[in-house]
Ligand binder design. Structure first.
Ligand code: LLP
Length: 417
């Protein structure tokens, strides 16, 4: 993310993290605009050999307006899972004709909003949802463009909480059911069958699950075509992993080559739904050490960011890189980097060799994806600020929350109740 040491301290592009901490306080998320643009550009151009291909950035990975705005200007499509995400995309200047709508439970209101906006496609996840979308479109005298999300029963070999392509998962419809549902969809005048979709999980670090899933989906595409249902696009989902701790995921080029080779000469537009691969490395979480403390054998660095700011370590046991913003010369020792929240799962990293003193700043790397977007107000903590760096300039793109934000919409019972 243009993260580098200059004069002994970490900078993002041309801006010192120490200056950002002074200006905006901590904890603060810091994003590099150049890194975002570079990652999206690399993804889009890796698929450029396929006419009409479109990378629909998975908004859930980081739904901050400024992030969406940078991607919208880069020509991105968007993968949304709620009406809220749709509104964010529209507010950020995203093109609704490049939006695909995923998720197992699209509400009536969200379906109507997506029809109003004129999205590219609904990724249908069940027979019941198909009927609901068809009925709503019919009642509005509209035709809804639809794909079916199929569940190819492939093991993504990722953490079980972020694997979605096995039959035991709630996502998509199995291959048998899909065939019947395509026939049903094709028979309904308020639906236009335009594609097929599949997403098998996240943080996938080898090509084989993608290739296996693609082969199974393409077998269905071919079978449907023989039955007279000819699809316009194939959406291969997201899931490409990044390197947090020495993992070696396929490069974007290798990933794209494998997909392009699989699709071959079929006249299908290729859609993708990358989230993490676009934003993870473009962001970091800047936090300050409040206290150092020892309990028995363990040494703890208590920082001002907690699991409410960055849930990945607590929820998945995820490893995130943590670096001192101004590395000290002293001998490193092993620290558990923990937050202020009252849970033992409230850690950002364990047994990290660092030379630390209270007051030091730390940078948690690769925190552009599934970090702020999964943050909460647990323990009545105000959510962090967000800053986007563009060259030598830093823009505050989200104010740090204040107490008034925490209690907005709350009411005490009236006196006497
Ligand atoms: N498309 C669909 C339908 C998805 O459900 C997801 C992610 C994506 C695309 C984007 O996947 P990506 O390219 O980012 O892997 N909170 C977890 C990750 C959850 C992913 C959920 N779905 C984490 O922090 O690791």
């Amino acid at each position: 993310m243009g993260l580098h040491l200059r004069d002994g301290a970490l900078h993002v592009e041309g801006v010192a993290l120490e200056d950002l901490a002074t200006r905006f306080g901590t904890p603060t998320y810091v994003y590099s605009k150049a890194a975002l643009e570079q990652a999206y550009g690399a993804f889009a151009s890796a698929f450029s050999a396929a006419p009409g291909s479109l990378a629909c950035y998975a908004v859930k990975a980081n739904s901050t307006l400024a992030v969406l705005g940078v991607l919208a200007r880069a020509g991105a499509g968007f993968d949304i899972v709620s009406g809220g995400e749709l509104q964010r995309v529209l507010k950020a200047g995203g093109n609704p004709a490049r939006v695909v709508f995923s998720g197992v439970s699209k509400s009536r209101e969200d379906i109507s909003a997506a029809l109003d906006a004129g999205i590219l496609c609904f990724n249908i996840e069940s027979a019941a949802e198909l009927e609901r979308i068809a009925a709503i479109a019919a009642s509005r005298a509209q035709v809804a463009p639809v794909s079916l999300r199929v569940n190819p029963d492939v093991d993504a070999m990722s953490h079980p909480y972020i694997s979605t392509g096995l039959r035991e998962n709630k996502f998509g419809v199995d291959m048998q059911t899909a065939r019947a549902l395509y026939q049903r969809a094709a028979s309904l005048p308020s639906l236009r069958v335009c594609g097929i979709d599949c997403h098998i999980g996240s943080q996938i670090t080898s090509l084989s699950p993608f290739v296996d899933a693609l082969d199974r989906v393409l077998a269905l595409v071919d079978a449907l075509s023989a039955e007279g249902i000819v699809l316009e696009h194939i959406d291969v989902g997201g899931g490409l992993g990044v390197s947090y701790n020495g993992e070696s995921p396929p490069s974007v080029q290798d990933y794209a080559s494998a997909i392009l080779a699989g699709v071959g000469a079929r006249p299908l537009r290729i859609l993708t739904e990358p989230g993490r691969a676009i934003v993870a490395a473009a962001g970091l979480l800047l936090t300050r050490v409040e206290y150092l403390k020892r309990n028995g054998e363990r040494s703890f660095a208590i920082v001002d960011a907690g699991m409410n700011d960055l849930l990945r370590p607590a929820l998945y046991g995820a490893w995130m890189g943590i670096e001192a913003v101004r590395p000290r010369a002293g001998t490193p020792q092993d620290w558990d980097i923990v937050g202020p929240v009252c849970e033992s799962a409230d850690f950002l990293g364990k047994q990290r060799a660092l030379a630390l003193e209270a007051g030091d700043l730390l940078a948690v790397r690769d925190a552009g994806a599934y970090a702020f977007s999964m943050s909460s107000n647990y323990n009545s903590r105000c959510r962090a600020a967000e800053v986007m760096v563009d060259g030598d300039t830093a823009f505050l793109v989200r104010e740090r929350e204040r107490f008034e934000d925490l209690v907005r919409g709350e009411r005490l019972l009236p006196a006497g109740a």
